[in-house]
Design a binder for this molecule. Structure first.
Ligand code: RP5
Length: 168
C-alpha cells in the first residue's frame, strides 16, 4: 500500500490535533503517512521531503504547525503538490499560526483550514483527490451524506424539547 496523503507536523506536540486527520483518512481507507518535520529545526529535511514527495506518489500534503508556523509554506515552496495547512492552537489561541500559514506571498499558495481543523484538512485532501479518483469520490459523497443524517436526528431530538411557548 502506497501513501496518497502525507501528513506532516512541526512537532509531536501537534499530534493530538493532527490525529484527527489520521483517523478520518483511516476510516475512509485512504492510505497516508505521518511524520514530524520542522521548518525551523530541520529545514534541510523539510526541503528534501517537499522535493521528493510527488515522485513517491503523494497526491496532497497536509502540514500542521503552531506558533510561527512556517512549515506548510516552506513545503509549498519546493513542490507543485497541493499543500493544506493546519494552524495549531498554541500561544495566541492559534491566531499566530493561522496568520503565518494564510499570508503566503503570491505564487506559493497554501490552502488553510481553521485553527485545529485537521479533520477538515483530511476531507479537503480527499475532495482534491476525488477529482481524479472515482472510488475516493464515492467515499467523500457517502461521508457527506452522513452529515445530513446528523442534523435530521438533531431536529427529531429538538422536537422532543418542550416549552410552554414552543409551538413546534
Ligand atoms: C511548532 O512549534 C510546532 O508545530 C508546535 O506547534 C510548536 C511547539 O513545538 P514543541 O516545542 O512542542 O516541539 O514548530
Amino acid at each position: 500500500m502506497k501513501a496518497l496523503v502525507s501528513i506532516i507536523m512541526g512537532s509531536t506536540s501537534d499530534m493530538p490535533v493532527m490525529e484527527k486527520a489520521c483517523k478520518w483518512l483511516n476510516d475512509m481507507e485512504i492510505p497516508f503517512e505521518v511524520n514530524a518535520l520542522s521548518a525551523h529545526r530541520t529545514p534541510d529535511a523539510v526541503e528534501k521531503f517537499a522535493r521528493e514527495a510527488k515522485d513517491r506518489g503523494i497526491k496532497v500534503i497536509i502540514a500542521g504547525a503552531g506558533m510561527a508556523a512556517a512549515l506548510p509554506g516552506v513545503i509549498a515552496a519546493s513542490t507543485t503538490l497541493p499543500v493544506i495547512g493546519v494552524p495549531i492552537k498554541g500561544m495566541l489561541d492559534g491566531l499566530d499560526a493561522m496568520l503565518s500559514i494564510i499570508q503566503m506571498p503570491p505564487g506559493i499558495p497554501v490552502a488553510t483550514v481553521g485553527v485545529n481543523g485537521a479533520m477538515n484538512a483530511a476531507i479537503l485532501a480527499a475532495e482534491m483527490m476525488a477529482l481524479g479518483d472515482e472510488k475516493i469520490a464515492e467515499k467523500v459523497a457517502a461521508y457527506k451524506a452522513t452529515l445530513g443524517a446528523k442534523i435530521e436526528k438533531a431536529n427529531k431530538d429538538l422536537a422532543e424539547v418542550k416549552y410552554d411557548f414552543k409551538v413546534n
